[in-house]
Design a protein around this ligand. Sequence first.
Ligand SMILES: [Zn+2]
Ligand SMILES: [Zn+2]
Length: 211
Amino acid sequence: MIIEKLESRVINGANCFFGEVEVTEQYTGYKIKRGDTIIGIEPLSLPPLSFRTKAFWIVPCGETEQKIIAAGLDFAGGLHGAEHALIALMPLHVMCDRWDIGGLSCPSFGEDGEPVIFVYDGYEGGIGLAEKAFEVLPDLVTTSFRLVHDCLCEDGCPSCIYSPKCGNDNQPLDKGATTMVLRELYPVQDKVGDINGETRINRHLNPLVTV
Ligand SMILES: [Zn+2]
Ligand SMILES: [Zn+2]
């Protein structure tokens, strides 16, 4: 739930926000593992845990959804994969551990029914991670795109879009759709006139050639 939008920016037609949100997490069960093998799942009936924190969120533009659906790919799986990739690479841009961050993605969120990818600080009140990530969002999006695009796996793997901490058991995920979601965000426009000018533009243009 969005409490308050504090900042916004547009990256290639996608509205991006930073603000305060309320997150509700529910633990429905736990897995019993022996080594890497899951040998049992035990249900839990804990009340949901709600807390207010800071988040950034990305609203991919309508065209992205249309293109992905036209390509026969799973839009929800693309948003979810993009969320995982962003979280996986946040520690590269912001001093943190991926376990400090949470995420949520949804093809139709809230009253507007818009698609959205949320990434939030996993602590009450927030500890500045989402805020810092929002500042460097074009870079974060770029490295996330490269991670997924350049990964040699076919359908996604733990090196790109599979997350060890996914609350939905890594379902749904669609690597092709993830690549498209991130490619559409590719912040070439955002870079022009940016403080660090040319070097960053070059960096961002490179992978476009290989797409
Ligand atoms: Zn992979
Ligand atoms: Zn997930």
